[in-house]
Write a protein of this length. Structure first.
Ligand code: HEC
Length: 179
């Protein structure tokens, strides 16, 4: 509780420092054409409830009836507790932080991770670093997969209605990560 509250305060303080004039960034200049990225997200195989593309990078899986994989569902929740205060609901962006549903598609897994772990600063525009925050780091795969699904328009805005069960492997990894 305390930690959440203090993080929110920190986020609020950080955003309060940003003068309105900084909002002119071209965050909307990165539209996604899903057809161009289809190979990136095509599921090659599933392993322990996680889905991977041909390059062994994580991707989402949406069944025909709309059931999403566990990471996508979990990522929805984690995103909305850790990132949406700046990046807006559903990864849609805000006047001071980019539309990261599109960033997840354009940046790819490693660059996305790098920014979240280390943070980034561009004048007054500050992305905090989360490398020492287990509530983010233990769920960063989930957040990435969720945002990728959003950027590709594979899932609609809002809470996914149907989800796969959490696998034993994912549960064990989560316990190990959170300590
Ligand atoms: C305190 C506000 C704030 C919070 C909280 C925040 N971000 Fe950011 N983020 C920013 C800002 C501002 C930028 C743009 C930084 C710049 O101008 O280089 C950014 C940039 C990014 C980028 C780079 C996007 C691109 O297209 O280059 C990624 C990826 C990102 N954030 C992911 C996340 C994730 C994931 C979370 C939640 C774990 C998160 N951010 C939480 C403010 C925030």
């Amino acid at each position: 509780m305390m930690r959440t509250a203090s993080r929110l305060l920190a986020a609020a303080a950080a955003t309060a420092l940003l003068p309105a004039a900084v909002t002119a960034s071209n965050w909307d200049d990165q539209p996604v054409n899903p057809a161009e990225h289809a190979d990136d997200v095509t599921v090659a195989y599933e392993d322990g409830g996680r889905y991977y593309n041909e390059e062994d990078l994580l991707t989402y899986n949406v069944a025909e009836d709309g059931t999403v994989d566990w990471l996508t569902f979990s990522g929805f929740r984690r995103y909305h507790s850790e990132c949406h205060v700046c990046h807006g609901p559903d990864g849609e962006g805000s006047s001071y932080a980019p539309k990261i549903k599109n960033s997840a598609v354009h940046m790819g897994y490693y660059d996305f991770y790098d920014v979240v772990v280390n943070g980034r600063q561009n004048g007054n525009s500050v992305m905090p670093h989360f490398g020492d925050n287990p509530n983010v780091m233990c769920y960063l795969d989930d957040i990435y997969v969720y945002l990728k699904a959003r950027g590709m328009d594979a899932v609609p805005r809002g809470r996914p209605a149907k989800k796969e069960a959490k696998s034993d492997v994912i549960r064990e990894d989560e316990d190990a990560c959170m300590g």
